[in-house]
Design a protein around this ligand. Sequence first.
Ligand SMILES: Cc1cc2nc3c(=O)[nH]c(=O)nc-3n(C[C@H](O)[C@H](O)[C@H](O)COP(=O)(O)OP(=O)(O)OC[C@H]3O[C@@H](n4cnc5c(N)ncnc54)[C@H](O)[C@@H]3O)c2cc1C
Length: 405
Amino acid sequence: MPYSVLREEVLDRGLCASCGACELVCPAEAIRFDGLQVTIAQPSFTDADCGTCNACAAVCPGADPATPHIEQALFGRTRTPQERWLGIYEQAYGGHALDDELFARSASGGSITALLQASMTALDVEAVLTMGRRPDDRWCASPTLDREPAALVRQAQSTYQIAPYLGALRPLRTSYPKTRIAMSALPCHVQAMRKLQQLDSPEGEWARSSVVLLIELACSSGTTPDGTRSLVEEVVGIPAETVVEIRYRDGAYPGGIKILASDGREHRLPFWRAVRHFADAKTHRCLSCGDWMSGVADVSVCDGDPNIFEASFSRPAADKHGQILVRTPAGSAVLQHAVANGLIRAWPLSAQATNLGLARKRNRRAQYELDGAAIPAGPIPGNVESIEPQPDDQFIPAPQEHGSS
Ligand SMILES: Cc1cc2nc3c(=O)[nH]c(=O)nc-3n(C[C@H](O)[C@H](O)[C@H](O)COP(=O)(O)OP(=O)(O)OC[C@H]3O[C@@H](n4cnc5c(N)ncnc54)[C@H](O)[C@@H]3O)c2cc1C
């Protein structure tokens, strides 16, 4: 099954999540990304060169995240309709990192970063993949590999930008295949990695033995890099090339946009302003996605405050913390290690499926299911949203429309 299958079934139907999994696995190293677009790096490459290889299509979560298949392998069962949006988990906690610097730099308390740090001793992880910035274009998201726990603090916080992520693991897979890896991941990254782990191939064997921890961020939807570029250039009014640092959740919870420019000036925007701006910078794949959490990570984390959009112009409904869903023995072992070693404070809670990001995602999914367009498969075959879709902007009214200032 050659690359043309990936093109026909995913790329041409607008279903590429730009997760980078095809670039990670292509044995011929023919697949690359130009921005968010899959390209063939070698112009003379044809279907015949693929032979019987179907690795790119087999790992792609674009059209089929293969959730039931993966759940069966991980949990011995598939989720029930009641588990539609949160998936299967062992235990839910509230939590936050105990290190002051990490807590301050994080999105919702630093649980993810603290757990990734803990994995380096609990699971002998040697390299951690997170989302950093391109060294040449500091406004632009780029996957980053770190080998020291302290270095992970730099990459803490949410980056509301899509970047081909998993391709960054390719040098480890090909040159240092025994390196033990943990990663932060959006739902589509988790799905691709789990699909890879299911493959009966050398690449699948690598993923099973080397990728030992997947920690997931809940995801309302990704935003294209153009969303950030236009925020910087049109709303803040400075050239993107002059950005030295951009942070999306800086300052008191839930935080806001901070942009440091090369002239030393600091620019700030409230979080709600960015959310509204980003609504126009989404791909069809992200908008029609049926997973707020993939449910097949080892641990999934979302904000402790269910509506950080509103909290960014009124008051947070909760102190800074995350809601942590532990799903697997590996996730449980890392959390226990993090608690025992003073990296994290965690308390049991009853998981809530109330979250603005989730409500927007459900609403959009319902609209796409009605439209009949090509959309990614959801986690329960045949399950459709039973809500009346509303215009998305009704979910994110500006403060004055709320009656606040
Ligand atoms: C695009 C996006 C949409 C989200 N939607 C929601 C939502 O609807 N509701 C909700 O409650 N929470 C949502 N989250 C998650 C939330 O913003 C926090 O990331 C989460 O609560 C974890 O916080 P933390 O303090 O534990 O993580 P931190 O300790 O701050 O660490 C976050 C880790 O994730 C990595 N990371 C950041 N962005 C990305 C990315 N784009 N791809 C891969 N890795 C990344 C960072 O590098 C870091 O390692 C979203 C996050 C993103 C990036």
